[in-house]
Design a binder for this molecule. Structure first.
Ligand SMILES: NC(=O)c1ccc[n+]([C@@H]2O[C@H](COP(=O)([O-])OP(=O)(O)OC[C@H]3O[C@@H](n4cnc5c(N)ncnc54)[C@H](OP(=O)(O)O)[C@@H]3O)[C@@H](O)[C@H]2O)c1
Length: 210
């Protein structure tokens, strides 16, 4: 099968890419990014400074499934509109394109607070993404809501640098829902679910990922 990975340079996306490239049932991975990835015989890596420039190309990709692990923060994006472009508009636009060309399975990394009723812009945007991506029509939909993600991050995030070591130390004492979710565990769920392609809508939460 052929799969599309959005966000393949990120902590979860990188882990999903590695898992997918090593999976014998996946013949090709298409991973559009803003910066080039290391070459691999099974990888096609279209590169553009703004990902929406690659949208028209998606019609020719003919993937069976899509994994979306892209996202940013309002601070990093620079505005609420720019954040929404990355966390809502791009995932919806790519998913719709590949669905129209036959993709049947989707796995999305969302967030624990995703909700349509929370006034927080971040949570509402994630809630709208979950709602609207499920409306597209994929036969198999897996939404993963991780807690704090564990993995190697180049970018410095103060809160993560402070909280992650404490969370790791206290791991045996913490309830499952509050433990760190390793990126590799999230990647396993994402890849396994699109490969299985079961006709279902499934929600995977932090406590399932420890
Ligand atoms: N970090 C956490 O603890 C946590 C917890 C719960 C949920 N989540 C959610 O889980 C998902 C994955 O998280 P992560 O920590 O793996 O994210 P990450 O490491 O920050 O990676 C984000 C990915 O999105 C891409 N991206 C960001 N801005 C972009 C833009 N303007 N255009 C195109 N691509 C862009 C990045 O590409 P570039 O390399 O080009 O920037 C990267 O591939 C996100 O949706 C996040 O909201 C994260």
């Amino acid at each position: 099968m052929k799969i599309l990975i959005l966000g393949a340079t990120g902590v979860v996306g990188k882990a999903a890419l590695e898992r997918a490239l090593g999976d014998s049932s996946i013949a090709q991975v298409i991973a559009p990014t803003r910066c080039g990835l290391s070459p691999h015989p099974k990888l096609a890596n279209p590169v553009a400074p703004e990902l929406s420039l690659l949208l028209p190309d998606a019609d020719a990709w003919e993937v069976d499934a899509v994994i979306c692990a892209m996202g940013t923060t309002i601070g990093k994006a620079g505005s609420k509109a720019a954040f929404r472009h990355v966390d809502y508009a791009l995932p919806i636009a790519f998913s719709k394109r590949v669905f129209r060309k036959g993709a049947q399975a989707l796995a999305l990394v969302s967030s624990p607070g995703a909700s349509l009723s929370i006034p927080l812009f971040y949570c509402r945007t994630k809630g709208e993404l979950e709602r609207d991506i499920q409306k597209i029509g994929f036969e198999s939909v897996t939404i993963v809501r991780p807690g704090m993600i564990g993995g190697e991050r180049q970018e410095f995030r103060l809160a993560e640098r402070m909280v992650l070591p404490v969370a790791k130390f206290l791991r045996p004492l913490l309830p499952r829902g509050l433990r760190v979710n390793p990126a590799a565990n999230i990647a396993d769920v994402l890849v396994d679910s699109v490969v299985a392609g079961k006709a279902e809508a499934r929600m995977v939460t932090s406590r399932d990922l420890v």
